[in-house]
Design a protein around this ligand. Structure first.
Ligand code: ZN
Length: 263
């Protein structure tokens, strides 16, 4: 079991290294093929310099050629991805949430690998939205394909109901988007709301919406309080939507249960 978690964290680091590359190149319109170069001296990076985290530590966080500091985002994204993989695997075995149960029934042995894939897309979108305030259509499209696959495997009443849920949430987000004159959220968030809510279904979307708006408001007010942000100047909403969806996957039932007990 321990060896499995060890291999999983290595896989997480490698995937995280790939995510730093994708999240750097995709929003800048660069090709995702070809070798990485140092963003400062533009020298090509050797294979061993791509080894996640370890090279960063060995080199003291400096480029091997120009000795300029390598951005902390590289090891940070790698470690965060590995952590998400480990926590996903741990919670998957532990959580009896309806989404985990349904996915196990639909996807069998492939349910956890499929959830890793979903987590990868969530992380990629979170990083890009955090840095660039955009949710690229290409990645949203791939996320939609994953969602479609889950829906295709589901019984048809569930599919219709989830699509209805997705459409309702989409209209709700579109209304906020128009009423706040595009300052509350971007159109990428509106599009993504359809995908995430048709994936989560009802009643999970209630918990997801609650967590998204609550965490967005708390962090937004905190940033204003420490003067890192101001009213009107937007912080991206995508990361809140994505991380809340991820949490809802495992804890949606539990949070809804608490709510029903205490009300
Ligand atoms: Zn360099």
């Amino acid at each position: 079991m321990l060896i499995l978690y060890f291999l999983l964290s290595l896989l997480g680091l490698v995937v995280g290294s790939f995510l730093t590359m994708l999240s750097y190149r995709l929003p800048r319109g660069l090709s995702i093929l070809g070798r990485s170069v140092c963003p400062l001296c533009h020298k090509q990076i050797s294979w061993y310099q791509n080894i996640p985290v370890f090279y960063f530590i060995l080199s003291g966080g400096k480029c091997g050629f120009c000795k300029e500091a390598i951005s902390l985002r590289y090891p940070l994204v790698e470690i965060i991805t590995a952590l998400f993989f480990l926590i996903s695997a741990y919670l998957w075995g532990l959580s009896g949430s309806n989404l985990v149960v349904v996915w196990n029934a639909l996807l069998g042995n492939m349910s956890l690998p499929f959830f890793f894939l979903l987590t990868i897309f969530f992380l990629l979108l979170t990083i890009i939205d955090f840095e660039f305030q955009i949710l690229p259509d290409k990645i949203l499209f791939l996320l939609m394909l994953l969602t479609t696959l889950v829906l295709l495997l589901s019984p048809s009443p569930t599919v219709l109901f989830n699509l209805f849920v997705g459409f309702s949430v989409f209209i709700f987000f579109l209304a906020i988007y128009l009423l706040t004159q595009k300052r509350g959220m971007g159109f990428g968030d509106v599009k993504m709301s359809f995908i995430l809510s048709s994936l989560l279904g009802f009643p999970n979307i209630l918990i997801w919406l609650f967590l998204s708006f609550l965490s967005g408001a708390v962090v937004g007010l905190f940033l204003i309080a420490i003067k890192k942000a101001s009213f009107g100047k937007s912080i991206p909403f995508g990361p809140f939507l994505l991380i809340s969806a991820w949490i809802t996957f495992f804890f949606g039932d539990m949070i809804l249960g608490w709510y029903l007990v205490y009300n």
